[in-house]
Design a protein around this ligand. Structure first.
Ligand code: NAD
Length: 503
């Protein structure tokens, strides 16, 4: 098959005015961190972008003190509508600086510019707009009478959607009246620091949001600080488990958004063209570094060969390369460590006897790259069917009946997402109802909306982000079960909040 060649269409980086080095953002100002500095590099070129500070224990303490003071003196005293005004202002500034944020995110993370431009950054603005609207309506959120803010929230986020995860954390926390100390991942601190500039532009009172950088030790010091009331973590299940242990019995309210191994189930009556696009979006969006990726394709046996043939054809048209190029579909893997992890797990897939296929790809000479890959002939016992690979690798399994599809989809320690492709609405509803996954997409995949709750079952974590459920994680409530608060959950609560409640 031959394709038309595309001329390079790189997005200009002239819109950026980056500093050579960024400190920590504490009490409304950039200050030097007292830990060792580190350099963030572009995963597509391995070239340095800027220097960042590591917050040591003393810096973490300073940040939490600033957040506590801001909570006591200003933020908790503001009316909901005044808090909302700040959030609206932040949302508008994100929109004004959207191009700059998209370019910075692509540079630092390696994901294609068409994703940061059309998905990440618009959703960041949408999240702030959405929660701005809730700030003065907390009494009407159905969370019980007179919900109250918690205090200081400690938030730790991963590198796969750096600014979007920041928005998911900060927007509901502020809307609910809390102050925040947040730590972005060590490989993607750039947009968080540009966001700090936005907070200055928005005149947010000092200390309401504090942004500290560093690696796991900084995150650990933050979540274990004695004066935080709430911990919100998004990242790996291993670290989530450690945080659950260390915060148990401390009275800190905890939400965990962890890993996943989502099943994308394609029935033989599915709209085939859309399903192929959905499979591609499900696993190759953001190079598959998506907690809710559709990384297990469950395809009905009688259409297996047709689906695989069409999928391979479609995969052959994916453009892998410079993420700043507007034509690029699949960008760089975020770090060498992540590339090594993906490479190792794909190797295990071959050793275990699955059949590996990738289209031919020409990679740039520097940077971290992995070709879109599918494995066929996968059994549920294979590690590539069980472990989260967090890369552009799809494991294909088959099923014959809906019951078998459901059993296989649920045969995982995780429970974050799933997709169902079928022409029949009744079948979709019946299957979705039995899937142990926080989010089930029907005839689509990887769609996000601030009004829709998102979160996991089992080892994918607990608590919900998004929607009014996302507010509950940041409020002291009575009368309705706040997701993420098992200990004092009222007995009257039920799992009736559809997929929005926790296990
Ligand atoms: P990670 O757990 O290693 O790191 C996540 C964050 O935690 C980083 O900021 C890191 O510095 C920090 N951290 C590391 N050790 C810590 C500790 N002991 N205490 C406190 N903080 C610590 O995960 P990762 O490799 O950066 O991210 C990938 C993982 O995140 C995947 O498993 C993915 O599924 C998950 N993820 C989940 C969601 C979700 O919403 N469920 C979203 C994105 C990513």
């Amino acid at each position: 098959m031959t394709f038309l060649d595309y001329a390079p269409a790189p997005e200009s980086t002239a819109v950026l005015s980056l500093r050579a080095s960024y400190g920590l953002f504490i009490n409304g100002e950039f200050v030097d961190g007292r830990g060792d500095g580190f350099t963030s590099i572009s995963p597509a070129t391995e070239k340095p972008i800027a220097q960042f500070s590591t917050a040591n224990d003393a810096d973490v303490d300073t940040a939490v003190i600033a957040a506590r003071r801001a909570y006591d003196r200003t933020w908790s005293k503001l009316s909901g509508s005044d808090r909302g005004k700040y959030l609206f202002r932040i949302a508008r500034l994100v929109q004004e600086r959207a191009r700059e944020l998209a370019v910075a995110e692509t540079l630092d993370n390696g994901k294609p510019i068409k994703e940061t431009r059309d998905v990440d950054i618009p959703l960041v603005a949408a999240w702030f707009f959405y929660y701005a609207g809730w700030a003065d309506k907390l009494d009407y959120a159905g969370l019980g009478p007179a919900p109250r803010s918690l205090g200081v929230a400690a938030q730790v986020i991963p590198w796969n959607f750096p600014l979007l995860m920041l928005a998911w954390k900060i927007a509901p926390a502020l809307a609910a009246g809390n102050t925040v100390v947040i730590k972005p991942a060590e490989t993607t601190p750039l947009t968080a620091m540009i966001f700090a500039e936005i907070l200055q532009q928005a005149d947010l009172p000092p200390g309401v949001v504090n942004i500290i950088t560093g690696a796991g030790a900084t995150g650990s010091a933050l979540v274990n600080h004695g004066d935080v009331n709430k911990v919100a973590f998004t990242g790996s299940t291993g670290v989530g488990r450690a945080i659950a242990k260390s915060t148990a019995g401390t009275g800190k309210k905890l939400t965990l958004e962890l890993g996943g191994k989502g099943a994308n189930i394609v029935f033989d009556d599915a709209p085939m063209d859309q399903a192929i696009e959905g499979i591609v979006t499900g696993i190759f969006f953001n190079q598959g570094q998506v907690c809710c990726a559709g990384s297990r394709l469950l395809v009905q046996e009688n259409i297996h060969d047709e689906v695989i043939e069409r999928l391979k054809k479609r995969m052959s048209t994916l453009r892998v390369g410079d993420p700043l190029d507007k034509n690029t579909d699949v960008g760089a893997i975020n770090s060498r460590a992540q590339l090594d992890r993906i490479t190792a797990l794909a190797g295990v897939g071959v050793e275990e006897g699955a059949e590996r296929w990738s289209p031919e790809c020409e990679f740039p000479t520097a940077g971290f790259w992995f070709a879109p890959t599918i494995f066929t002939g996968v059994a549920t016992s294979h590690r590539i069917a069980r472990d989260e690979i967090f890369g552009p690798v799809l494991s294909v399994l088959t099923f014959r009946t809906p019951a078998e599809a459901i059993a296989k989809a649920n045969n995982t320690p995780y429970g974050l997402s799933a997709g169902v492709w079928s022409d029949k609405g009744s079948r979709i509803l019946a299957v979705a109802d039995k899937l142990r996954a926080g989010v089930v997409w029907a005839n689509t995949f990887n769609k996000f909306d601030p009004a829709s709750p998102f979160g996991g079952y089992k080892e994918s974590g607990y608590g919900r982000e998004g929607g009014r459920h996302g507010l509950a994680a940041y409020l002291e409530t009575s009368g309705w079960a706040a997701p993420g608060r098992q200990a004092d959950r009222p007995k009257t609560s039920s799992k009736a909040i559809s997929k929005g409640s926790q296990e």
